[in-house]
Design a protein around this ligand. Structure first.
Ligand code: SF4
Length: 340
């Protein structure tokens, strides 16, 4: 690991001032010389591997604002402070009761030790675990723009089938983000140019020609909170995660589902897919296919077909298309059958 300067700002405004420099709005946060760290479960790992090489780390754990560590549940919103730990949010009774999808997506992620360390904001900003990204001897457009993509012709079993580009096919591996995008969450950000709100669906960027630019954030912007609206579909919601082993593994396919039902008829559906796409993936075509329909297995199957209509499988990951469809069908039927 390269030497770096370590500092502990005491407020959000101080952290932003310390991170602000001439290029902060034009350089991707992951490429900036100064970077924020909270739980460190992803960034420290990549610093050890030489994938991330910041010269200066600003540790956010000393920030004084209490709201950063609080979960506030009102009649119409769950508001997560950015520094709330994943384990704390997963175990929160109000979160579990009012929106099981949120709690499940956290509970099935990582290990207990990591969930106790990792912050919610850091979790949604986690970087891909593409094997070629992690090993610096391989060409990788995300780590080293313009160098190529070793995964295209390499072992790509773990890679994405949705949202890919000719430059990158890396999977976004997070789980919590799938719940947030399904539930129309909004991210609150503060930066040198003031606060702003970003719909979660616009936080992550498709790889396109610039897979090294992963989010809409500037290098001097800090996530301070994540708001999740509570709607008619929040209680009837769940997260189904399919993986190689039943704990401490990333999803091969997952489905975040929330349903507003009138008897057996779907008023509205909210669906996101994990383990199969380059970014948190909202399945709007599947949602439209369900609206106004009686939720039976054949209807769920048609929605799953719609969800994967644009899939582009490669040599080793073609299995993710049928697996992803079966995962979504099962999640839809199990969500329909929830007692709420
Ligand atoms: Fe890099 Fe993306 Fe290719 Fe993986 S898939 S090697 S992250 S460019």
């Amino acid at each position: 690991m390269r030497p770096f300067v370590y500092e502990r700002p005491t407020s959000v405004s101080v952290a932003i001032a310390m991170a602000s420099h001439v290029d902060a709005r034009h350089v991707a946060p992951t490429q900036a010389n100064t970077q924020f760290i909270a739980g460190g479960t992803n960034l420290a790992d990549y610093m050890k591997l030489g994938v991330a090489q910041p010269e200066r780390l600003l540790d956010l754990n000393n920030l004084a604002e209490p709201a950063l560590r609080q979960i506030r549940v009102t009649d119409d919103t769950i508001r997560f402070g950015a520094l709330v730990r994943m384990g704390e949010a997963a175990d929160n009774n109000d979160v579990r009761h009012r929106c099981p999808l949120l709690a499940d997506s956290l509970k099935f992620a990582a290990s207990g030790q990591l969930r106790n360390m990792a912050s919610l904001a850091g979790n949604v900003l986690q970087r891909t675990r593409c094997e070629y990204f992690r090993e610096t001897s391989w060409p990788c457009n995300k780590r080293d723009p313009g160098s190529g993509c070793a995964a295209m012709e390499g072992v790509n079993r773990q890679h994405a089938v949705l949202g890919t580009s000719d430059a990158c096919i890396a999977t976004y591996h997070g789980d919590f983000a799938q719940a947030l995008i399904a539930l129309d969450a909004v991210v609150e950000v503060e930066g040198r140019h003031g606060p702003r709100k970003i719909p979660f669906a616009r936080l992550h960027r498709l790889p396109g020609d610039t897979p090294d630019i992963e989010t809409d954030l500037a290098a001097d912007e800090v996530i301070v909170a994540i708001d999740v609206p509570l709607e008619a579909w929040s209680r009837r919601s769940r997260y189904l995660k399919i993986r190689d082993r039943e704990s401490y593994a990333f999803a091969l396919a997952s489905a975040a589902v929330a349903l507003d039902m009138d008897g057996d008829t779907v008023r509205q559906a909210r669906i996101a897919l994990g383990g199969v796409a380059t970014v948190p993936w909202r399945a709007r075509a599947a949602e439209a296919a369900l609206q106004g329909k009686v939720m039976e297995e054949d209807v769920a199957e048609k929605a799953a077909d719609a969800a994967f209509a644009d899939a582009k499988p490669r040599e080793h990951n073609a299995f993710k298309v049928p697996l992803g469809k079966r995962t979504l069908v099962r999640a839809l039927i199990e969500t329909r059958d929830m007692k709420v």
